[in-house]
Design a protein around this ligand. Structure first.
Ligand code: PBG
Ligand code: ZN
Length: 321
C-alpha cells in the first residue's frame, strides 16, 4: 500500500476532496442590534445587524463561499410567532438586502418558529395527550406562511427545521400555489434531538421555556426511524435532504445517500464549539481538525456541508493551491 502513498502519487489517488462549492455558511441576523455582537458560546461567530448583513455576505462571496443559511432574531416574540412571517421581518429584510448586493449568492433560510415564539418551541403549542407540546397540524399553516414570505423576499432555498410531520409536502404545495415553484426545499429531514445544539440556543435565542424537543426530533439511538424520516421528506417533494448533527451521525448520512437526492451535512454549533474550545487550549490543531471533520462528511456522502467554519475553510483551501 505504501507505493500508492508516496507524496507525489497520493494526491492523484485521493477519493474525496473538499471544495468551496460544498460550503454553506450559517449567519445570525438580529433585528435588535446596530453593530455585530459576539456569541460567547461560539468564539469567532457573531450576530449581525440587518444593516450590516450584506457586507458580511459580500465578504464571504469574495472568499469563494457561494451559499449562506440565515437565522433571524426578531424584535418581538409571541405565542403564534407572528414576526416570523412579517414581510418586514428580520430574515425577510436580510434576504432582500443580500440579494440587492450579491445577487448570485445562494440564500437559504431556516423555516422554523423557535426564534419567534415566546415559549421557544418550533411552532404552535397546546394541550396533547402527553401534556403541553408542539401541535403538529396547527403548526403547518404557520410554516407555509413563513416559507412563502422568505421565498417572496428572494430566498432561493427554504429549509424547514421544525420536524413537523407533513411539513415538506405542505410547504411545497403552498409555494407552488403562490407561483414560487422555482424555490427549492432543503428539508432538515433527519434531525436528532441532540445536546450539540446547546450553543445555538444562545446564538439564536431559541431555548425553550418548558419541555424539550424530544417529541419532534429523532432519538440518537434510532437509525431506522432516521432513514424513514428522510424517505418521507423525499416522497413529499424535498429537493435536498439533511442530516444534523453531522459528525456523530455519519452512518446515517451514508445510508441516506441511497435515497438518491443530494444530501447536506450540518456541522452544528456544538461541533463548532468543541473544536474551538480544544483548539483554544492548544489540545487540538484547529485547521487540521476542521478539515478532517469535513473531509469525513464528504467521504460519508455529503454533497454540501453547512459549517460555521465556512469562511475559514475557504481561506485554508486557498492556502493549499
Ligand atoms: C431551529 C434550529 C436549531 C438548529 C438549527 N435550526 C436548534 C434546535 O433545533 O433546537 C441548530 C443548529 C446548530 O446547533 O448549529 N429549529
Ligand atoms: Zn425550531
Amino acid at each position: 500500500m505504501r507505493r500508492s502513498r508516496s507524496r507525489n502519487i497520493q494526491p492523484l489517488l485521493r477519493e474525496v476532496t473538499l471544495s468551496k462549492n460544498d460550503l454553506v455558511a450559517p449567519l445570525f441576523v438580529d433585528e435588535n442590534l446596530d453593530s455585530p455582537r459576539p456569541i460567547d458560546s461560539m468564539p469567532g461567530q457573531f450576530r449581525y445587524p440587518v444593516n450590516g448583513i450584506a457586507t458580511v455576505v459580500s465578504g464571504l462571496w469574495d472568499k469563494g463561499v457561494r451559499a449562506v443559511l440565515l437565522f433571524g432574531i426578531p424584535k418581538t416574540k409571541d405565542k403564534e410567532a407572528r414576526s416570523a412571517y412579517d414581510p418586514d421581518g428580520v430574515v425577510q429584510q436580510a434576504v432582500r438586502r443580500i440579494k440587492a448586493e450579491v445577487r448570485e449568492m445562494v440564500v437559504i433560510t431556516d423555516v422554523c418558529a423557535c426564534e419567534y415564539t415566546d415559549h421557544g418551541h418550533c411552532g404552535i403549542v397546546g394541550e396533547t395527550r402527553g401534556g403541553m407540546d408542539l401541535l403538529n397540524d396547527p403548526s403547518l399553516k404557520l410554516m407555509d406562511r413563513i416559507a412563502i414570505s422568505h421565498a417572496e423576499s428572494g430566498a432561493d432555498i427554504v429549509a424547514p427545521s421544525c420536524m413537523l410531520d407533513g411539513v415538506v409536502g405542505s410547504i411545497r404545495a403552498a409555494l407552488d400555489n403562490e407561483g414560487l415553484e422555482e424555490v427549492l426545499i432543503m428539508a432538515y429531514s433527519t434531525k436528532f434531538a441532540s445536546a450539540l445544539y446547546g450553543p445555538f440556543r444562545e446564538a439564536a435565542d431559541s431555548g425553550f421555556s418548558f419541555g424539550d424537543r424530544t417529541t419532534y426530533q429523532v432519538h440518537p439511538g434510532n437509525s431506522r426511524e432516521a432513514i424513514l424520516e428522510s424517505q418521507m421528506d423525499a416522497d413529499e417533494g424535498a429537493d435536498i435532504l439533511m442530516v444534523k448533527p453531522a459528525g456523530f451521525y455519519l452512518d446515517i448520512l451514508a445510508e441516506i445517500g441511497s435515497i438518491g437526492l443530494p444530501v447536506a451535512a450540518y456541522q452544528v454549533s456544538g461541533e463548532y464549539s468543541m473544536i474551538k474550545a480544544a483548539a483554544a487550549n492548544g489540545w487540538l490543531g484547529e485547521k487540521e481538525t476542521v478539515m478532517e471533520s469535513l473531509t469525513c462528511m464528504k467521504r460519508a456522502g455529503a454533497d454540501l456541508i453547512i459549517t460555521y467554519f465556512a469562511a475559514d475553510v475557504a481561506g485554508w483551501l486557498d492556502e493549499k493551491q
